[in-house]
Design a protein around this ligand. Sequence first.
Ligand code: ADE
Length: 257
Amino acid sequence: MRIDIITIFPDYFTPLELSLIGKARTSGILDVRLHDLRSWTYDRHSTVDDTPYGGGPGMVMKPEPWGEALDAVTAKPSQGGHGDETAAPAVPRLILPTPSGVPFTQAHADRLAAEPWLVFACGRYEGIDSRVAEDAAQRMPVEELSIGDYVLAGGESATLVMVETISRLLPGVLGNRESVAQDSFATGEMRHLVEGPVYTKPAVWRDHEVPPVLLSGNHGAVDRWRRDQSLRKTARNRPDLLESMPTDRLDQRDRDV
Ligand code: ADE
């Protein structure tokens, strides 16, 4: 998968050199390209913002640098070249992180992980002039996504969150593919549930014991226990998820929990 990120703070993305994502990049599973929006400014101060039409507080990102940046970054890769240029698909999907977007969920991550090419446009200040999204939508699919009901200083940290969530789903990024199916919110059994508690050795630590069923070797009993714990934790921490669960997802044992 190719991911382009356009930002006025490319340094914000050094964490993408670490850990699973760093390895996915060196192994060629993930091709992340960072672009400094200011490369598409031509004045002495590399200006990217201006005052909002209609008045009000704050500044708005100017459309011209964004228009040029998106044109350059999403330009159809030249044919007949060498190396990775030939592998890129014709049209990317543009993601605009914004607190006014659709809430980003694991279901978005699943869907976006199947895309060959994503472009993230990180806004700052009061956001990007709305004509930029309007113009881009004439050439490519555009999605406005929010990572939560709070306002960040810019789209960079939201982009980091989304890139990490999507990247770990790419084949070959996680050592153990099964762990993805058992994640909180995973498509299937875990769709409306969070994961319950987990334990590792030693069996007793500071007088706290690992629940004996986990040492029993009885896989059926372990699965049932994990589901019970998951239901309890979801009821405690995320009652909204249980509310949205279709009632046919609960069996009689679940109802007893
Ligand atoms: N930019 C600022 N706040 C944001 C949020 N909550 N989600 C996505 N992008 C943002």
